[in-house]
Design a protein around this ligand. Structure first.
Ligand code: GLY
Length: 401
């Protein structure tokens, strides 16, 4: 019944937008996301359970356990739907999808708890100020802080005693993605008054700035440290094409992560770094015309390599904030162009298809043969976030509230 109703809505939405030459990109995407995210929400709550959808592959929705690094994005997507529409229905379901992650506040075996808890509980707290959510964020920051290696001044991203990471000979690997976990630490200091968390975040950002970037401002995916002395043991990749290549999502995390670090610290060197990363991205000879990157800027088969819509969405969202801090219109223009591309039929799925995910054509990890040219929940999350930021800017508000 629900499916019938939403597909009827889909058809009428398509008809409305087919009539107008250039639909309002925000309204158009909200109408589309109401259908798609509604479908995915319904599927993930079938049979009285709350499952965590991460992708759609071979005709099936892929669900992940709560300790997977992507577990917070669907809850976050539902919070963003609430923010975009004001419809309480989304907040109610967002809360259910958030609270299945409760135990993650005590997870210490990897670094991604910043993504997992800030995107779910953090957004819930920001939008609804729900009792107990602040404590979850502080506890998670405590857990993340156990990964700080004072001798090296960094948070260790991955453990090296299990899985494929154990085969690489690393001691204290730090991936550029880890910049995205710092916001939770800055927030935990705000919430608790304890400066320790923000100090750890600043130390980590400073070391990353010092060691992750090349002369052309592209960045390495992995830097391995001696955890006692802080000496750099190796610079390499895990998810990129080669050690010396520029993995697209890594560049996206760098731009977004350092812009966020600037928001919390006001330290100009972080903002300068983000601008330098943007220069690298948009001057790269392999950045396509539609600004949706190939999965790696140095992938050998370009132009016959998969695109990564998730990188494009993260970059767009980061660029709106970069525009806000610098006042440089070029960043907003590029973000707008990315959103236009992602909203086109080349990347945005037809309503009722794609397992309910909004965007097609993202890449998880080509070297691991996993999630190649598929929808991914974080692509949708950052796409909706970019729309919110654009909407705020166009109302004369700061992009990030
Ligand atoms: N943080 C893992 C990834 O970006 O694939």
């Amino acid at each position: 019944m629900y499916l019938k109703t939403i597909l009827a809505t889909a058809l009428s939405a398509t008809a409305i937008f087919a009539c107008s030459v250039r639909p309002d990109i925000i309204k158009d995407n909200i109408a589309n996301a109401e259908i798609q995210t509604g479908l995915l929400m319904e599927a993930s709550e079938e049979g009285d359970t709350v499952r965590i959808p991460s992708s759609y592959q071979n005709g099936e929705i892929v669900y992940v356990p709560a300790d997977d690094w992507v577990s917070g994005f669907f809850a976050g997507t539902l919070w963003y739907m609430y923010e975009l529409t004001g419809d309480e229905k989304w907040a109610e379901h967002a809360r259910m999808h958030t609270e299945v992650l409760e135990d993650i506040q005590y997870l210490t075996w990897h670094h991604d708890v910043g993504f997992m808890i800030y995107d779910s509980y953090g957004n819930g707290l920001r939008l609804k100020n729900i009792d107990g959510y602040k404590e979850v964020c502080i506890n998670t920051a405590k857990s993340l802080s156990t990964r700080f290696r004072p001798g090296a001044g960094v948070l260790q991203s991955w453990n090296v005693d299990r899985g494929w990471q154990a085969e690489r000979g690393w001691e204290c690997p730090v991936i550029i993605d880890n910049m995205m976990n710092l916001e939770l630490l800055f927030k935990a200091t705000e919430f608790s008054g304890d400066p320790t968390y923000a100090k750890i975040a600043v130390s980590h950002a400073d070391k990353t700035l010092e060691n992750h970037f090349r002369e052309d401002w592209s960045c390495y995916h992995v830097v391995d440290y001696d955890p006692e002395t802080g000496a750099v043991r190796r610079k390499c990749t895990a998810q990129g094409y080669a050690d010396e290549s520029a993995w697209a999502r890594g560049q996206a995390w760098a731009l977004y992560g350092f812009t966020t670090a600037y928001r919390y610290t006001g330290d100009k060197k972080y903002l300068d770094l983000s601008e330098n990363v943007a220069e690298y991205l948009f001057n790269s000879p392999t950045m396509p015309e539609d600004l949706v990157p190939y999965w790696d800027f140095n992938a050998p088969g370009i132009p016959d390599e998969p695109r990564d819509a998730s990188s494009a969405a993260i970059i767009a969202s980061g660029l709106y904030e970069l525009y806000h801090h610098t006042g440089k219109a070029v960043y907003k223009d590029r973000a707008d162009k990315i959103l236009e591309s992602l909203s086109s039929p080349a990347y945005r799925a037809e309503p009722g298809t794609n397992g309910g995910f909004i965007l097609m054509h993202s890449v998880g990890s080509i070297p691991h043969g996993s999630s190649i040219d598929v929808p991914l929940n974080y692509a949708d999350y950052y796409f909706l976030e970019a729309l919110i930021r654009k909407a705020n800017i166009e109302k004369g508000l700061p992009p990030v509230k």
